[in-house]
Design a protein. Structure first.
Ligand SMILES: Nc1nc2c(ncn2[C@@H]2O[C@H](COP(=O)(O)OP(=O)(O)O)[C@@H](O)[C@H]2O)c(=O)[nH]1
Ligand SMILES: [Mg+2]
Length: 310
């Protein structure tokens, strides 16, 4: 039996191998993804993002267990683009979330390595694999600190941004990038003092945002005690229902398809240009010397590439 058939049957080891192929990128991954295309089940994807230490992994566990209890097939992807060492081999995926693994969830960490389009593209491909394998819910944990990390959160349907009370100014600033992608705010560690203040602060920040079709709720909760988790799941379900209405899911699919094409295309073009070392080196010399503008250099390199193909 081919790997793709085993993936379609939902065999965890095959799914793991497929995800390794996706991480590496290249012809093998592209062939596999082509074979899996059209076989995706109805999957709901949920992103959990926020600064390190806010309790994302703990929340993923708590949420995952709730979903399993409801009879869902659950997969978890932990993606940390800022760390080159998130590969499953190093951390041991089962060790990451032992309770979830023990109860039948598929748990896996992702590194980027060579996939075209970077980590966000690889994550989107991984979601395709998991959808084909029949998981009903995929929860993606990402560290929300840089643009790459924000991009990864953008490949899922519903983004939960996790914060806690009393983070420093630096982290508050990082929230700015996350404000726009959040569908739900979770103020975690509400078993400790200060959560109410953080909820109020976020709500007043959101009150200044322009009117939108979806207003993100701000929910105090504790991933540790489980308090507020039911409300979080309700908010996630409400956002999913929002997507299902008025053709929004179709529009989302199109927007996502366009971003996926753009990411791979940009990477593809840059790799091709970089492969033409001499031509690129000459252009770099001229731009550095100030005799050529970077815009003209880029246009010339692109034109040369197109001519090569003709
Ligand atoms: N008091 C309290 N601690 C929590 C809660 N959730 C997570 N933690 C703790 O916060 C620390 C970081 O949690 P982790 O899930 O690894 O955070 P991540 O880096 O965002 O994935 C750990 O020591 C957790 O036990 C919570 O709801 N309340
Ligand atoms: Mg974590």
């Amino acid at each position: 039996m081919g790997l793709f058939e085993e993936v379609l049957q939902g065999q965890p080891r095959a799914v793991g191998r497929a995800l390794s192929a996706v991480e590496r990128g290249g012809a093998e991954a592209e062939l596999l993804l082509a074979e899996l295309r059209g076989h995706a089940g109805a999957v709901r994807t949920l992103g959990i993002t926020g600064a390190p230490g806010v309790g994302k992994s703990t929340l993923v566990q708590t949420l995952g267990l709730q979903l399993l209890e409801r009879g869902e097939r659950v997969a978890v992807l932990a993606v940390d683009p800022s760390s080159p060492f998130t590969g499953g081999a190093l951390l041991g995926d089962r060790v990451r979330m032992p309770d979830l693994s023990a109860r039948g969830a598929f748990v896996r960490s992702m590194a980027t390595r060579g996939a075209l389009g970077g980590v966000a593209a690889a994550t989107a491909d991984a979601l395709d694999v998991l959808a084909a394998a029949g998981y009903g819910w995929v929860v993606v944990e990402t560290v929300g600190v840089g643009q790459d990390e924000v991009d990864v959160a953008g490949v899922v349907d519903t983004v939960v941004v996790v914060t806690v009370a009393g983070l420093g100014d630096e982290v508050q600033a990082a929230k700015a990038g996350l404000l726009e992608i959040a569908h739900v705010f979770a103020v975690n560690k509400a078993d400790r003092p200060g959560a109410d203040g953080e909820v109020a602060a976020l709500e007043s920040m959101l009150a200044m945002a322009p009117e939108a079709e979806w207003s993100p709720p701000v929910l105090p909760l504790s991933a540790m005690t489980g308090e507020g988790i039911a409300e979080l799941l309700e908010a996630v379900a409400a956002h999913q229902a929002h997507l299902d209405a008025d053709g929004r899911r179709g529009a989302l699919r199109r927007a996502r398809a366009e971003r996926r094409i753009a990411r791979v295309l940009e990477d593809l073009v840059w790799r091709r240009v970089r492969a033409g070392e001499t031509r690129l080196a000459l252009a770099v010399d001229d731009v550095a010397a100030g005799t050529l503008s970077p815009h003209d250099a880029a246009r010339r390199l692109l034109a040369a590439m197109i001519l090569e193909d003709a």
